[in-house]
Design a protein around this ligand. Structure first.
Ligand code: PEP
Ligand code: MG
Length: 328
């Protein structure tokens, strides 16, 4: 079946009624040849920088990081590469930065660690800014944002990194660009701060994995409750829909980079909600494209309406199955 999907890899992801959907890849670590050859990709929607950190024995230097980031920015240039700042804690730990917590997913994670260790954050941001010199396709994304102050502090640090480089480094090396700065929407509180984000960030991207975990209070790594972790729960679909409505209203660019986008059924519901930028595991891109190319937005919208009104995830799955059979 993969051959069927792959046959259309170089065609654009447009629905039958011509609505263009941009498909990006989630990745980390080195640039894979598959991805470089994927000229059809619209860019990297989520570059998980922690993947690199997890392979080291100590915190990488600014120079080491600059090489990694430069490689990926160059490989995809001029397509955008959205680099997420270090997102450790929760299920992701570093051997050289060990701490244990009773509730790691509610603990020291993502931006919280970066703000408590500005020296690490500044090194990372400087490496990104330097790597971006002469390219300009970098976007910076902040993980696990729950509060406006976190973004203000992070933006101040990014400014500081920029100005320090401007003084120390630019005179000998050239000019720097200030990249767009965005946030992950993955903590429920952040959804209710969209009016604030509209004035303070350049874009946002929904992390449906963590948003599902925190909305449903289900640990995404606990197999005992794995059956309860379902992004098709009507409450999750409603929050995703509300995000799209608000972002469109505020004209805040938005995308989604959780696993839901890698599932064709999830992707078609997201398109119906108004998402036009979806980022997913590279292996899912051709399949999602294949399905979207065979549907009309109006049909997806009608399906979405029934799913949003469903009582539970089971009903949503049944509606999706019927839709797919009907459109085969
Ligand atoms: C998410 O939470 O949906 C996400 C994309 O980030 P990660 O899976 O890396 O936490
Ligand atoms: Mg996340």
């Amino acid at each position: 079946l993969h051959d069927t999907f792959d046959a259309e890899y170089n065609l654009e992801a447009a629905t039958l009624d011509g609505e263009e959907i941009k498909l990006y890849a989630n990745t980390g670590l080195e640039v894979s040849n598959d991805l470089i050859n994927a000229k059809y990709l619209d860019g990297i929607g989520l570059y998980r920088t922690e993947a690199w950190f997890m392979q080291q024995d100590s915190f990488p230097s600014q120079a080491e990081q600059e090489v990694w980031y430069r490689d990926i920015l160059t490989a995809y240039h001029p397509a955008p590469v959205t680099m997420r700042t270090l997102d450790i804690g929760g299920d992701k730990s570093l051997s050289y930065f060990n701490f244990t917590e009773e509730n790691p997913f509610l603990g020291w994670r993502g931006i919280r660690i970066s703000l408590d260790h500005p020296e690490l954050f500044l090194e990372q941001v400087k490496a990104m800014l330097k790597a971006n010199m002469g390219l300009g396709n970098l976007k910076i994304m902040l993980p696990m944002v729950a509060d406006v102050n976190e973004v203000e502090s992070a933006k101040r640090l990014i400014q500081q990194a920029f100005f320090e480089l401007q003084e120390e480094w630019v005179p000998a090396h050239g000019t720097l660009d200030m990249p767009e700065i965005g946030i992950m929407l993955e903590v429920p509180s952040s959804v209710y701060l969209l009016p604030e984000w509209a004035n303070s960030v350049d874009f946002c991207s929904v992390g449906s994995n963590d948003l599902t975990q925190y909305m449903l209070a289900v640990d995404r790594t606990n197999s005992r409750v794995a059956n309860l972790f379902d992004s098709y729960h009507p409450a999750i679909l409603r929050v995703l829909n509300d995000i799209a409505i608000q972002c469109l209203d505020y004209e805040l660019p938005f995308s989604l980079c959780g696993e839901l986008a890698a599932d064709p059924e999830g992707a078609l519901l997201l398109v119906a909600m108004g998402y036009r930028n979806l980022s997913m595991s590279p292996s899912a891109i051709n399949k999602v494209k294949y399905v979207l190319r065979r549907l009309h937005v109006s049909d997806m919208e009608a399906l979405l309406k029934t799913c949003l009104a469903a009582r539970n995830a089971k009903q949503v799955h049944r509606l999706l199955r019927e839709f797919i059979i009907h459109h085969k």
